[in-house]
Ligand binder design. Structure first.
Ligand SMILES: [Fe+2]
Ligand SMILES: [Fe+2]
Length: 195
């Protein structure tokens, strides 16, 4: 990841998101860089992904759906009912085209940063964690989850995913199919395929 791409995405996000969102994005970038440093990963990649992940989060829904169509992104029934769900996939396709990035870890990380994804690479997990654990997030066990992320990315990913699913269940919210798939695939791996 070169500095030019990082500088460009930073400028772009400032033009496209609200001030409140920008604070979240900057917090995500800070946390992602910290995780990258601790776990010996490329800080520029982690930072780039953080700046890219919510770039379309504040675009009005009609436009988001339009861009998704232009990009030939498959629009599920969930996406149709909740177009905001498309913001990750649209961002991934945008950075693929704009920066000619074809790395699956980066692209799936951005595309599925809300739901989680069963085939996430390490950078996808870092973004997922940073998005949920950055400094402006406040919920009861957030500090414990941050500590866990400093120690072990895989275990922290599993626990943050658990947290999101519990949150959705407790508030009658949609549980995204990618979250369920990711959860099940970890459970199957842990139990050697025997449930
Ligand atoms: Fe997001
Ligand atoms: Fe986010």
């Amino acid at each position: 990841m070169i500095d030019k791409e990082l500088a460009e995405i930073k400028e772009m996000v400032k033009l496209l998101v609200t001030n409140e969102r920008l604070t979240h994005v900057e917090g995500t970038a800070k946390f992602a860089k910290t995780l990258a440093l601790i776990h010996n990963l490329d800080q520029n990649i982690a930072e780039f992904m953080a700046y890219a992940h919510d770039i379309f989060r504040d675009v009005i829904y009609e436009k988001l759906v339009k861009i998704a169509r232009i990009y030939s992104i498959e629009i599920s029934t969930h996406d149709q009912a909740n177009p905001v769900l498309l913001h990750g996939k649209v961002a991934a396709e945008f950075i693929k085209r704009r920066f000619n990035i074809n790395d699956d870890d980066i692209l799936t990380g951005i595309a599925f940063h809300t739901s989680g994804f069963k085939n996430f690479g390490v950078y996808g997990k870092v973004l997922f964690l940073a998005d949920s654990l950055e400094e402006t997030r406040t919920y009861p066990n957030v500090e414990e989850l941050r500590e866990l992320a400093y120690k072990d990315i895989d275990i922290a990913y599993f626990e943050v995913l658990r947290n999101k699913i519990i949150y959705a269940l407790s508030r009658d919210l949609l549980i995204l199919p990618e979250s369920v798939d990711s959860w099940n695939s970890i459970i199957v791996k842990r139990k050697g395929g025997v449930l």
